[in-house]
Design a binder for this molecule. Structure first.
Ligand code: DAH
Length: 338
């Protein structure tokens, strides 16, 4: 029995020393020390021995088990070291290589223009307000003096969510909300997205507007002209402007404001359709009906309002001649505005 154990120890040691992978070492461990391993098998033969022989036999078996365990662990440490060394060698990292370039994004020209225009008004003491894009017909139409029969209520233009909820067709409902929460005097602008069921070369179903409103005692058309002329000068530089009579249900009197064509300086060209002028926004004195709808007394306060399309102003600022460029997200286009 003693010989058998010693042969076993020797052969185990030989095999272990030849093992080169973690898997091989584990297999050997199972082969000798596992539940059905050779050491375990030998120890079972203890039953056939006399009581006197058993202690010595037990001692020898334990000694063999310890011996194999120790050789295994030593080899395991060696193999681990080799595996690690190989790994370090093959997975080298060249820290002198140049890093990957991270490209910085930029603001979309619409966002950039919106911030720019907003800041001009902030400098003139205007508050900035926002409102929901999903709006009640009461705010989008009724409170703005747009009667049920008005063409802009037509299903062709408006996206209806339900009978009395729409995607706002302009930023003007934010006026209504603002007046509901604030007491005059105040001046505010509200930029944002608006939606109309319209899609062709010069219309997209979603676009951006900025609305403005100034209400207080003795606010007159002269104030409107002064503020808007100042604003336009800041955007386009010293330029001639003109106010043309127009109609909006929520203002009376109403006007459209034109700037001298930024391309031909008034001589007439393709952009201004030979008129020499470019329409830039709608404006007017807030209709007394609108003031009444929010609980103001039109005998006490008056106000002016205006609304402009951000896409159009962005196109004029940067000489962009195709509205679709804003929404196609071609990086070659967008990169120019970084
Ligand atoms: N809401 C108008 C539109 O969408 C723009 C507008 C015109 C707003 C005149 C105003 C205004 O506040 O006074 O076309």
């Amino acid at each position: 029995m003693k010989d058998k154990l010693s042969t076993l120890k020797n052969s185990a040691k030989d095999i272990i020393l030849q093992a080169n992978t973690l898997q091989e070492i584990d297999d050997i461990r199972v082969k000798y020390l596992g539940k059905k391993g050779e050491i375990t098998e030998i120890s079972k033969s203890m039953k056939s021995l006399s009581p006197e022989e058993r202690p010595l036999f037990g001692l020898l078996v334990n000694e063999a088990r310890e011996f194999i365990t120790e050789v295994l662990e030593t080899r395991l440490a060696e193999v681990k070291a080799v595996v690690k060394a190989e790994q370090l060698f093959t997975e080298t990292l060249d820290i002198t290589l140049p890093g990957k370039k991270v490209e910085m994004g930029g603001l979309h020209p619409i966002t950039e223009t919106m911030n720019y225009l907003k800041n001009i008004f902030i400098e003139m003491g205007f508050d900035v307000a926002e409102g929901p894009e999903i709006e009640y017909t009461s705010n989008n139409f009724d409170a703005l003096n747009i009667p049920e029969s008005h063409p802009s209520r037509d299903l062709q233009d408006t996206f209806y969510m339900s009978e009395n909820v729409v995607l706002r067709t302009h930023t003007s409902p934010v006026q209504v909300r603002y007046m509901g929460k604030n007491k005059p005097p105040f001046r505010m602008v509200c930029p944002g997205k608006v939606y109309r069921n319209d899609y062709d070369i010069s219309h997209t179903p979603m676009f951006h507007q900025m609305e403005g409103l100034m209400v207080g005692e003795n606010i007159s058309f002269a104030n409107l002209k002064a503020i808007l002329t100042q604003f336009v000068t800041r955007v386009f530089g010293e330029t001639n402007v003109r106010f043309r009579p127009h109609f909006f249900p929520f203002t009376e009197p109403s006007a459209e404001m034109d700037v001298e064509c930024v391309i031909c300086k008034g001589k007439g060209c393709r952009l201004c359709k030979d008129s020499g002028w470019l329409e830039i926004m709608g404006c007017g004195m807030v209709d007394p009906e609108v003031l009444k709808a929010v609980g103001y007394d039109p005998e006490e306060v008056t106000g002016f309002a205006f609304g402009m399309g951000i896409e159009r102003i962005t196109m004029l600022r940067y000489g962009i001649d195709d509205l679709r460029a804003f929404f196609e997200n071609d990086v070659r286009f967008l990169k120019q505005f970084k």
